[in-house]
Design a protein around this ligand. Sequence first.
Ligand SMILES: [Zn+2]
Length: 507
Amino acid sequence: MLICIDAGHCLSTPGKRCLKSIDPGETREWVLNSRVADKLEAILAGYDCQTMRVDDVTGKRDVTMSQRVAAANRARADVYLSIHHNADINGGSGGGIVAFVAPKHQRQSEVVRDAVYRHTVAATGLRGNRAQPLAEQSLYVLNYTTMPATLIELGFMDSTHDTPIILTETFADQAAAGLAAALVEVYDLQPRRRLEPVATLSAEEFRVEVVAAAKRSIAGDYINAGYFGSYSEAGERFALPAGHLAGIYTATGRWMRHYAEERGRFVGDRWIFDSSRWAYANPTHGRPVTTVYTQGSQVRVAELVSLPDDVGHAVSGIPLIRDGRACTVADIKAQGWDTSPLRATWHTVLAVADGRAHVFAWESQSDNLVTSGEAARAFAGYRDVVKLDGGGSFICRQNGKEQSTAEDRVICSILRLPEKQEGLELTEDRVRQIVREELDTVNYEQWKEYMDRYREELATQDATMPDLVADAVALGISADGSRPRALMTREEGMVMARAAIMASRAE
Ligand SMILES: [Zn+2]
């Protein structure tokens, strides 16, 4: 489902602006159109559909109407929605929303037109006073598009009533919500299934292992993590990292060990490969390469030429989103990566947020997950997203389940996965844990009730050491030894200690 969105005009279109006597800033029509279009795209990103813009989203270039129509027709969009704001009231007070189809139109165009009108009026309350708010008009983008098409005018830029309203961000939000609701209704768009991480790891839990082993031969729960080059020496197949790598060394091969010692360094049970210290056949050498790493209690992401001295675990990858901005193929190539890993297949993806790593097993669908915008859409909401190796190297094993591609490649490194907490069986231990957690959130009234009940229960219990209690009574420390297990106050304790001392002095 491809929805074509056309924010009418461009910044410099003559005449298309708000009336100066109402809006001294003479806001350009494209600015209003584009603001609604941007918001509409953002809402639709949450649905199972694609959007394309046929205007220049910077507003600078004047994309002609025939270019807009040609782009939509060529892309075989399923619907064309042109967003405009109206004028011809000349400072009067009327206005409202109006929506058009071409005089010669498909029946579906009317369905879309009526839905976008109904939903935007409902969402914005801009009812207006036009005689025919649902109309037919010969407009280029409606006449020449091959798919159902409608053009909506979201209020008047020269109306004392409409203009102050349509200038507000709130109006744009409401209008976009109305347009989205209409498209969801007409095309039965389903909310996009939010990608669930297979694990969320704190710095303490972020554990890279250098395995240099066939991807299915590794014990426990893990996901492949990190790019590498494949090697073979005297019959031993092994793999050495591309980009930085730091993690527990569990590889067993003799030649792997040889090259690991040659190219990196061992610190305790960790092996650290700093890409800046190895130039031969290393395309990321000396370049700032996007790396997810632990430092103290934080999982961080940064473009690193070399690893910090106090690095814990680290793995480099292809940046997909950095600081909230979708990365480009140029960004990726600049780090030394080639773009072959961007094809449709399974990938390990890390999103870093709040000092933790969210780990995803993700299957992309487009030829190039960067240029298609697929990665940016799939991980919208994360500010920092890094792709690790995928394709033939992909494997994710967790809780006895395996997801992987067919090849059984020797891979260089993995990320350990903890047992997934969700969907745990309700064992006795699990029930106890839930009860404990429940008690953690008990309020004062409940706590006091528990405590009172506990005190009452204790007070009725017999002495566990009745002989000693009898001695205490004989020594005058306790009057009659009754309620031996009742809780006592500090004052009561002091009085009893005093009685004991007095009794000993009297002896
Ligand atoms: Zn217009």
